[in-house]
Structures are given as structure tokens and as C-alpha cells.
Design a protein around this ligand. Structure first.
Ligand code: HEM
Length: 244
């Protein structure tokens, strides 16, 4: 435990939160799906803006949250670049689907118009940040890939932080027409700011703690990933990063 630094504790906390919220999202999606196909509804599925779109949003969003959190551990990245690539593809595919579903739901969501607009723009931002992260790794621009993935995941964490802001807005004297959009913008903005602070504070992935030689963690040279803090190097990229 002496070798666990602050970043690893933060990662463990993130994993626990994302598994809990991801699990909740998956259960919500399944409950809605079962109600949608006329099955039993013991917990009372909520009324959704576009029920089938919500099912897709919750199932892919829950998966993205759980898979995405795993990706930020430098030790895992070095130990298994292949796992990192497949989990990364899963995350990107899920966010593309979740964000499009979020945009769709936002348009028809029963909240003040300002809230609908803010949610729709956020969904587009989320899609764009994730796409840029993906394009960066395809171009072997690893440091930028890492920065954009942190930004993308901070937007995924909107699902975790937004309920706190809506509760605060509901407890405030602000009318819903003002409080709801303000809660969206506050949750979105704070996550963006925290991501930028994290990127500035930790410009590279965590170094493996003292212990086994680096070569054992990294595997054979041919499959060793570039450190996610590395700037791109000229010439052919390692095969392990080939498909992003
Ligand atoms: C990975 C992150 C996300 C997950 C796991 C997720 C999952 C969920 C879940 C489970 C709900 C239902 C909440 C409840 O019952 O109270 C929900 C609702 C909703 N989410 Fe997300 N969400 C995520 C991110 C986002 C983002 C970033 C947006 C921004 C556009 C968004 C837009 C919406 C909308 C508009 C609804 C209401 C849908 C309806 O009730 O018809 N979600 N989401």
C-alpha cells in the first residue's frame, strides 16, 4: 500500500463511483426495456422522453462509464496494451451512441427550453471530444489522445455530478426555468475545468511504482505502448498503437 500514490487512490475512487453509477444506469435501461416490451414493472419505470432511445442511452452510457474508468490506470495500460485498445474502442463506440441518444432525448425532454438547449449542446460537445480523442490516437498523437480522453471522460462524469447540481437548484429560490439550465451549465462547466486542472497537474500517465522491473510491466519491446504523456515520435508507430 506504501506504493499507492495520490493518483492511484483517485483512480480507485473513480472506479468505485463509475461502477456504482454505471450499474445504476444499466439497471435503469433494463427496467425501461422490460416495461417497454410489456413485461413486469415492479419498480415503476419512469416516463421517458423517447423510451427506446432512453434504453439505448442508459445501456451504452452505463457500459461507457464502467469501461472508461478502467482506461486511466497507467499500470494497466502498460501491462496490457491490447486490453487498452479494445476497451478504448468499446468506450468510443458507446459514447458515440450514448451522446446521439442524449441529444435525441434532450430535444424531447420535459424540462425548460433552456435546459433542453444546454443538454443538446453538451451532448454535441461530448461526441466531438470523444471523436477528437479517437482521431488523435489514429494519428499516433498520444499526448493529445490522452488529453482529449480526459476531457471526454469528464463529460461522461456529468451523469455523476449533475444530480448534485439539480438538487442545489431545486433547493434554491431560483425558478425552474433558470435553475435547471444553470444546473446543466454548472455541472458541465465544473467538470470541464476540473479536467483541465488534472491535465495541467498530471501531464503524463502515472509511473509504475517501485517493484518489478519496467520491462516486466511493459511486456516485450514490440508490444510496449508509448507512454500516454509522450509526444509523438517520427517514424512508424509501435504495432500496439496501430489500431488506436
Ligand atoms: C456515461 C454517462 C451517462 C450515463 C451512464 C447516463 C445514463 C442516464 C440514465 C440512467 C438516465 C435516467 C436518470 C434517472 O432516471 O433519473 C439518464 C437520463 C438522461 N440523460 Fe444521461 N447518462 C449519461 C450522460 C449524459 C449526458 C452527458 C447527457 C447530456 C446531454 C445526458 C442526457 C440525458 C437526458 C436528456 C436524460 C433524460 C432522458 C429521459 O428521461 O427520457 N446523459 N441518463
Amino acid at each position: 500500500m506504501n506504493n499507492v500514490d495520490g493518483r492511484q487512490w483517485a483512480w480507485l475512487g473513480l472506479i468505485m463511483i463509475c461502477l456504482a453509477y454505471g450499474g445504476f444506469a444499466l439497471v435503469s435501461g433494463v427496467v425501461e426495456f422490460v416495461a417497454l416490451v410489456g413485461g413486469p414493472d415492479p419498480v415503476g419505470a419512469k416516463v421517458r422522453a423517447v423510451p427506446p432511445v432512453f434504453v439505448v442511452h442508459a445501456l451504452t452510457g452505463g457500459t461507457a462509464l464502467a469501461v472508461g474508468a478502467v482506461q486511466f490506470n497507467g499500470r494497466l495500460l502498460r501491462a496490457s496494451p491490447a486490453f487498452h485498445r479494445w476497451a478504448g474502442r468499446t468506450y468510443v463506440a458507446c459514447i458515440w451512441i450514448t451522446s446521439v441518444a442524449a441529444l435525441w432525448s434532450a430535444v424531447f425532454f420535459d424540462v425548460p427550453i433552456g435546459g433542453r438547449v444546454a443538454l443538446a449542446v453538451l451532448a454535441a460537445h461530448w461526441f466531438a471530444a470523444t471523436t477528437i480523442a479517437y482521431r488523435m490516437v489514429r494519428r499516433r498523437r498520444i499526448a493529445e489522445h490522452r488529453r482529449w480522453m480526459i476531457r471526454s471522460f469528464a463529460l461522461s462524469l456529468f451523469f455523476v455530478t449533475f444530480p448534485l447540481w439539480t438538487a442545489a437548484a431545486a433547493a434554491s429560490p431560483l425558478p425552474e426555468q433558470v435553475g435547471y439550465p444553470l444546473a446543466v451549465v454548472a455541472a458541465w462547466g465544473l467538470n470541464v475545468v476540473l479536467a483541465e486542472i488534472w491535465i495541467a497537474r498530471y501531464p503524463t500517465v502515472a509511473s509504475p511504482p517501485a517493484g518489478p522491473p519496467a520491462s516486466r510491466l511493459a511486456g516485450p519491446p514490440a508490444s510496449r505502448p508509448a507512454d500516454c504523456g509522450d509526444e509523438p515520435t517520427p517514424g512508424p508507430a509501435p504495432a500496439s498503437l496501430g489500431a488506436g
